[in-house]
Design a protein around this ligand. Structure first.
Ligand code: CP3
Length: 342
């Protein structure tokens, strides 16, 4: 039978051992990933279903994690909106043209992911067969604000000048962009769910750059609309607002199964602030994976204790694993979590 622990915990039922998966678990720290990636560029890897499926399964086989996460990127559904996307070595993503004026937003296409992102549904279909009994498959999307920052800035940013300029100077314009992106996100996640993912995660990596008030007024309503639109599927949803501890008083109202928490907020405090009735996912500092085994184990023990206050707990890092991380440490983490809670 398929490993049931992730889905049980997402539905609020604790298990022994507790499940663990790792954000960015398929990635450059794994030599097996690098050997596939060596044959092609990152975007082509995302768009070649056999290869994307192969690297999705790698961490399940190599590390023994309790879930697979679709190998793709949050920026993938932005290309068919009419934005050109490139990943430059050492520079991160570059999106052009940047979306800054009313005409730029009007030109964006709300596309049909079944047609424009067929490689994603094909990857999911391959995984449905090849993962079959091994582990459940998590699909994902960027949340609209995080996607908006990449579109408006044209890539990564330090101070999000153009994003905040648009939000503060033309909230109506900003809102029309958020609405278009949300329509794409809803369609994109519907497609993934129909193709067979068993849970979805919404990554809101940059939500934390906003004040509570700006988040509540200009971002949260769009996230809420996405969650409501997906609710008919009854597939578990995880919402992860990185650096978002100060937003919990608003986020707690979101009707999702699980909240991701970064390493800054202890899980017992996150649990209180989120209403005391949530499943939590997290929250080991990814840099802890550079500690010696005994110290790492102490940190893991702390997090398991903290997580015991929540309705259920899915172990994860507080953000993605770094490319420099020794793979044997990541495997060690998975084994420690399973042993301590088994
Ligand atoms: O987690 C997984 O294993 C699934 C795959 C996945 C990737 N990106 C693969 C990837 C997921 C879920 C993402 C999400 C993603 N992508 C986020 C949200 C999560 C987070 O980290 O906060 C964001 C902000 C992005 C945007 C993105 N993609 C950036 C900024 C970069 C460049 C930085 C870097 O690490 O090079 C990427 C590239 C990327 N996405 C890589 C991988 C494995 C590295 C590409 C390579 O092989 O060269």
């Amino acid at each position: 039978m398929k490993n049931p622990n992730l889905l049980k915990n997402l539905h609020g039922q604790r298990t022994r051992p507790i499940p663990i998966w790792i954000m960015r678990q398929a990635g450059r720290y794994l030599p097996e990933y690098q050997s596939v990636r060596g044959k092609t560029d990152f975007l082509s890897l995302c768009k070649t279903p056999e290869l994307a499926a192969e690297v999705t399964i790698q961490p399940v086989d190599i590390l023994g994690v309790d879930a697979a996460i679709l190998f793709s990127d949050i920026l993938i559904p932005l290309e068919p909106m009419g934005i050109s996307l490139a990943f430059k070595e050492g520079e991160g993503p570059v999106l052009s043209p940047p979306v800054r004026a009313s005409n730029d937003i009007k030109a964006l296409r709300v596309h049909d992911s079944k047609e424009t992102c067929q490689f994603v549904s094909e990857t999911i279909k391959i995984l449905r067969d090849e993962l079959s009994e091994k582990a459940p498959l998590i699909g994902f999307s960027g949340a609209p604000f995080t996607l908006a920052t990449y579109m408006i800035e044209g890539g990564s940013s330090r101070n999000f000048l153009f994003t905040k300029k648009m939000l503060f100077e033309s909230p109506t314009l900003f809102n029309s962009l958020m609405k278009k992106i949300s329509d794409v996100v809803i369609d994109y996640l519907n497609m993934q769910i129909e193709a067979g993912v068993e849970a979805v995660q919404l990554f809101d990596t940059w939500a934390g750059i906003l004040s509570l008030k700006d988040y509540r007024d200009h971002v949260f309503p769009h996230v809420e609309r996405i969650v409501e639109a997906l609710s008919a599927h009854q597939r578990p949803i995880i919402y992860f607002a990185f650096n978002g501890g100060h937003l919990f008083d608003v986020i707690k109202h979101l009707k999702v199964n699980c909240m991701g928490v970064d390493w800054r907020t202890p899980l017992s405090i996150a649990n209180e602030l989120l209403g005391g009735n949530k499943v939590l996912q997290g929250n080991l500092d990814p840099l802890s994976l550079f500690m010696p085994e005994e110290k790492l184990k102490d940190r893991v023990k702390d997090i398991i204790e903290e997580g015991s206050h929540a309705q259920a707990h899915i172990f994860n890092l507080g953000h993605g694993v770094l490319p420099q991380t020794p793979p044997d440490k990541v495997k060690m983490l998975v084994d420690i979590v399973h042993e301590l809670t088994g």
